[in-house]
Design a protein around this ligand. Structure first.
Ligand SMILES: Cc1cc2nc3c(=O)[nH]c(=O)nc-3n(C[C@H](O)[C@H](O)[C@H](O)COP(=O)(O)OP(=O)(O)OC[C@H]3O[C@@H](n4cnc5c(N)ncnc54)[C@H](O)[C@@H]3O)c2cc1C
Length: 462
C-alpha cells in the first residue's frame, strides 16, 4: 500500500484532506536553522506559526516522521474546547486556585485566538463556534454534570460561561435519545481537525517555515536533530511528538500511550438531519467514564468517538491496533442508541490514534535556555486548544518575551515517570477494564458505580 492510501486510512479527516497528496520532500543533507521542530502536529505547527509572529526573521524547520497531521491532530474529535488538559489539583499545587482560573481563562481566550488565525490565514476547516453540550443519559451522569457545574461556580464562572440546560433545551438544538439534562458552554468550536493541521502547515510555509515530511528524527540532542537523510543544526530544538515521544531513546516511561477511537457515518440525507436538528453544530459529550462525544461534520456526517484506552505491553504504538472491532462495535451501538434517526446510516470510517497520558495526567511546557531544548505535550487527549497555547508559550519562552502565557501553571511542570513494565501494563488494563464495566453498571442500576474508586488514584479528575 502506498503512503497516500495508508495516511488516508488513518481517519475520516485525513481521508478527505489527503484526496490530493503531494508530499513535502524529506530532509536531506546538513542544514543550519535557528529553531528545529520535531513533529508536525498542532504543537509543532503552532510553535512554528507563533515564532513567525514574534520574529519573522527566524529560520525555522519542522521535521515530520510521516505527514502533517498524521498523529492525533489529524484524527481527533474536532472539539476546540476550553477544558484544561490535565488535572486541576496538579495545577492547584503549583499556583493555587488563582492559577487554575488563569489557566482556564487562557484556554477560553485560546479558542478565539485559533479562530482569528483560521480567519487570518483563510484555513478552510469547517470552523463553527457554536458552543458545546455536556449531556447526561443516566442519573449518576447527571450528578456528575451538576457537581462539575458547582465546581465551576466555586471558581467564579457564571451562566455566561456555563449553565445548566434541561432536556427540552438540548433537544431544541440536537435530538439525542435518553438525555436527562446537561450543561451548555459557549466556549467551544467545531472543526475538521486534519484540515486545520494542514491549513496551518501551509500558513507556516507562507511565512517562511520549511517542513520536511517522511523525516523521522532518530536523535534529538542540544543543537542537533538527526534524521535518516540529513540533520538540522539549531540553537533551539523543540520536541513536539506527543504519544510518539515514548519511541525516543530514554523516553519510554514519560507517557502512557493510550488509544482513543472514532467512527463516522456516511453523509446523512436532509430528512435525517430534519429529525436530528443540530443546525448550530455544537458538539456533544456525555458523562460516561469512557465518555462518548460527537460532532456534526462539515460534510453532514456524524463523527462519534469514545475512550477504548487500548494499550500494548511496553507501550508499543502500532497502526494495526488502531481499529478494534469490540470498541468500534460499542461506538456503533452508542451511535444507534443516541441517534435513532441515524439507525440505518452506514458507518464508513473506523479509526483510532494514540494520545499521551503523563503519570499525573497534566500537560507540560518547558524550555531550557542553557541547552536550547524545548518540549510541550502530555495533553491526555484534550490538546486542540492546549497545543496552541503551548506553541504560543514556547514561542514566547524561546524569544524571551514575558507574557501571561509564560506564567501559566503548566510551564516548567514535570510529571513523574510511569512505573516500569509490567506494572504500567497492569495499570492501563485495570483502568480500561474498570471504566468499561462501570458504565453498564450505572446504565443498569441508575446508581454511581463504586468500582471506579479502585482506579481513582490513576485517573484524571473530571
Ligand atoms: C481519537 C482522538 C480524539 C481526540 N479528540 C479531541 C478533541 O475533540 N478535542 C481536543 O482538545 N483534543 C482531542 N484529542 C487530543 C488532541 O488531538 C491532541 O492532544 C493533539 O492533537 C496533540 O497534538 P500534538 O501536535 O501534540 O501531537 P500529534 O498530533 O500526535 O503530533 C505529533 C507528530 O509528531 C510526529 N512525530 C513523532 N515522532 C517523530 C519523530 N521521531 N520525528 C519526526 N516526527 C515525529 C508524528 O508523526 C505526529 O505527526 C483527541 C485525540 C484522539 C486520539
Amino acid at each position: 500500500m502506498g503512503d497516500q492510501q495508508r495516511y488516508r486510512e488513518r481517519s475520516l479527516w485525513l481521508d478527505g484532506a489527503l484526496a490530493q497528496f503531494s508530499p513535502r520532500p524529506p530532509l536531506e543533507g546538513e542544514r543550519e536553522v535557528d529553531v528545529a521542530i520535531v513533529g508536525a502536529g498542532y504543537t509543532g505547527l503552532w510553535t512554528a506559526y507563533a515564532l513567525t509572529l514574534r520574529d519573522p526573521g527566524l529560520r525555522i524547520a519542522v521535521v515530520e516522521a510521516e505527514t502533517v497531521g498524521y498523529g492525533s491532530s489529524g484524527r481527533n474529535g474536532g472539539f476546540v474546547s476550553a477544558g484544561i488538559a490535565g488535572e486541576a489539583r496538579v495545577y492547584d499545587r503549583a499556583q493555587g486556585a488563582a492559577g487554575i482560573v488563569r489557566a482556564e481563562r487562557a484556554m477560553i481566550e485560546g479558542i478565539d485566538w485559533i479562530g482569528d488565525a483560521v480567519a487570518r490565514e483563510s484555513i478552510d476547516c469547517g470552523w463553527v463556534k457554536g458552543g458545546s453540550y455536556r449531556i447526561a443519559t443516566s442519573s449518576p451522569q447527571l450528578a456528575r454534570v451538576r457537581a462539575g457545574l458547582e465546581t465551576k461556580r466555586a471558581r467564579g464562572y457564571t451562566d455566561a460561561d456555563v449553565r445548566f440546560v434541561t432536556r427540552a433545551e438540548i433537544e431544541a438544538e440536537v435530538r439525542v435519545a435518553g438525555v436527562l439534562g446537561g450543561t451548555y458552554t459557549p466556549h467551544c468550536a467545531r472543526v475538521d481537525p486534519a484540515r486545520l493541521a494542514r491549513g496551518l502547515a501551509s500558513a507556516c510555509e507562507r511565512r517562511g517555515v520549511v517542513i520536511h515530511e517522511r523525516s523521522p528524527a532518530t536523535a534529538l540532542v542540544p543543537g542537533l536533530v538527526t534524521c535518516p537523510g540529513g540533520s538540522l543544526g539549531a540553537r533551539v530544538v523543540v520536541r513536539a511528538t506527543e504519544a510518539f515521544t515514548t519511541r525516543l531513546p530514554g523516553e519510554r516511561r514519560s507517557y502512557l500511550p493510550l488509544a482513543s477511537h472514532m467512527i463516522a457515518t456516511e453523509p446523512l440525507p436532509a430528512g435525517t438531519w430534519n429529525e436530528i436538528g443540530w443546525a448550530g453544530c455544537a458538539p456533544i459529550a456525555d458523562q460516561r467514564y469512557q465518555f462518548v462525544y460527537a460532532q456534526r461534520t462539515p460534510d453532514g456526517r456524524i463523527a462519534l468517538g469514545g475512550r477504548g484506552l487500548t494499550y500494548r505491553l511496553g507501550g508499543a504504538i502500532r497502526e494495526s491496533d488502531e481499529v478494534q472491532p469490540a470498541i468500534h462495535g460499542k461506538l456503533e451501538q452508542a451511535l444507534r442508541s443516541l441517534f435513532p434517526a441515524a439507525a440505518e446510516a452506514r458507518v464508513t470510517h473506523r479509526w483510532g490514534c494514540f494520545f499521551a497520558a503523563p503519570r499525573d495526567w497534566s500537560m507540560s511546557v518547558d524550555y531550557d535556555r542553557a541547552s536550547g531544548l524545548a518540549r510541550a505535550g502530555g495533553y491526555s487527549g484534550h490538546g486542540v486548544v492546549a497545543s496552541s497555547l503551548a506553541g504560543r508559550t514556547l514561542a514566547d519562552l524561546i524569544t524571551g518575551t514575558e507574557s501571561d502565557l509564560t506564567g501559566l501553571p503548566w510551564v516548567g511542570h514535570a510529571s513523574r515517570r510511569w512505573e516500569p513494565e509490567p506494572l504500567r501494563f497492569v495499570a492501563a488494563k485495570t483502568i480500561a477494564a474498570v471504566l468499561a464495566s462501570a458504565d453498564p453498571v450505572e446504565d443498569r442500576t441508575g446508581r454511581p458505580a463504586r468500582r471506579v474508586a479502585i482506579v481513582r488514584r490513576w485517573l484524571p479528575g473530571r
